[in-house]
Design a protein around this ligand. Structure first.
Ligand code: AMP
Ligand code: MG
Length: 364
């Protein structure tokens, strides 16, 4: 009996040591895979390897997988690029472009990087397209609600009324020479609704330039894939179930070279008197958006578009969202409503498979 216990203890110990070893190596992990035969690489004998990595960046756990002849170097360079973007766009890093713009609101223009400048131009563009539902100057309202922080609370109506005055994208002045000015004191830029998409596009550009075989990027629900899977088949990306804890899905979308980005009320929220206050704020009302949508997914080749629009569509509701999406190219949508309907772009019909029964699926 004692001997048996000893044996069990030894086996458990081996598992623990093995587990720690695995976790320790999980961050950057190299495996060799047999390269897929392709038409034009008959002379190419270099081996395709796989590298995995994860790191907490841009407020979320970023997971990357790269298949390439230089997978490890590509993986490391990809993380460098993500750190570069975070250092420019973070609201809290005190040397970032966004921090500097906010610090000098109402006082003076500051010089920012070309990348930040372009992203601000694009953000203003989205604000116009969505009639202000997407507003990159949402900062003061985000701070007031404090959702996702320890200070989260329902503000008074007075506070909301006053704070809304500070949210107005038309008061971002983009001047020559990458100079940016926020016209009023107390205004602040928050690019949380588009930054991850922008970062994904930045990486995807690099992967294309490097002619990388295949890659998968997951930034806390913003998923992007480069080309197809290494075995030549399409990727299958799950769409998160808004009623379940992370990991459960409502549908699977197939494709290559695409981003699948979901905004939902289950990501960051607090509950007070039975009401869920989440992190997507309607700039018109100053309150968390309530247009009957519980999760909004956009699938597109362009990750910034998918990110900005999934947030916007959550705020705009079904009708307005489809009106906007159907005018644009390569913007496909899955909107799940409170009453268990899923409104889906017609163009997705052949590529999407629902994995739950309780949703009524409506294509349009
Ligand atoms: P996402 O997770 O992409 O839907 O973005 C949500 C984040 O975007 C929030 O945590 C805020 O930082 C920011 N945000 C909230 N409401 C808006 C809005 N109306 N326009 C732009 N950004 C917003
Ligand atoms: Mg977004």
């Amino acid at each position: 009996m004692n001997y048996k216990r000893f044996l069990v203890a030894i086996i458990i110990l081996i598992f623990i040591i093995g587990g720690v070893y695995f976790i320790g190596n999980n961050n950057v992990n190299n495996e060799t895979e047999t390269p897929e035969p392709t038409n034009n690489n008959a002379n190419n004998t270099a081996e395709v390897t796989k590298s995995d990595g994860s790191e907490f960046l841009m407020d979320t756990l970023v997971r990357l997988r790269v298949h390439d002849e230089n997978s490890q170097a590509v993986l490391e360079e990809t993380f460098n690029k993500l750190r570069y973007i975070e250092d420019k766009l973070s609201k809290t890093i005190s040397e970032s472009d966004v921090y500097k713009i906010n610090e000098n609101a109402g006082e003076k223009a500051v010089k920012v990087s070309e990348d930040t400048y372009k992203l601000l131009q694009e953000s203003i563009n989205f604000a116009e397209r969505t009639e202000g539902a997407f507003d990159p100057t949402i900062g003061p309202l985000v701070s007031l609600w404090g959702i996702g922080t320890e200070d989260a609370k329902v503000p008074s109506e007075e506070e909301i009324k006053n704070t809304i005055q500070k949210v107005d994208y038309t008061k971002i002045e983009l001047q020559e020479d990458n100079m940016v000015f926020l016209k009023e004191k107390g205004m602040s830029i928050d690019l949380g609704a588009i930054a991850k998409g922008y970062a994904a596009d930045y990486i995807l550009d690099y992967l294309n330039q490097k002619d990388v075989e295949s890659a998968f990027i997951n930034m806390g629900g913003n998923v992007s894939v480069h080309r197809n899977k290494v075995d030549g088949t399409l990727w299958s990306i799950g769409i998160q179930d808004p009623d379940q804890s992370r990991g459960n899905i409502i549908a699977v979308v197939e494709g290559e070279d695409m981003s699948v980005v979901t905004s939902g009320n289950y990501e960051r929220y607090f509950t007070q008197n039975g009401v869920r206050y989440h992190h997507i704020i309607n700039p018109e009302t100053g309150y968390p958006a309530r247009k009957g949508i519980v999760s909004s997914t956009v699938i597109s080749n362009n990750s910034s578009y998918a990110d900005a629009l999934s947030t916007s569509f959550y705020i705009l509701g079904v009708e307005k969202s489809f009106e906007i999406a159907n005018k644009m190219e390569d913007i496909n949508v899955v909107l799940v409503t409170e009453d268990d309907q899923a409104y889906v772009s017609e163009a997705l019909k052949e590529r999407i498979r629902f994995t739950v029964d309780e949703l009524e699926v409506i294509y349009r």
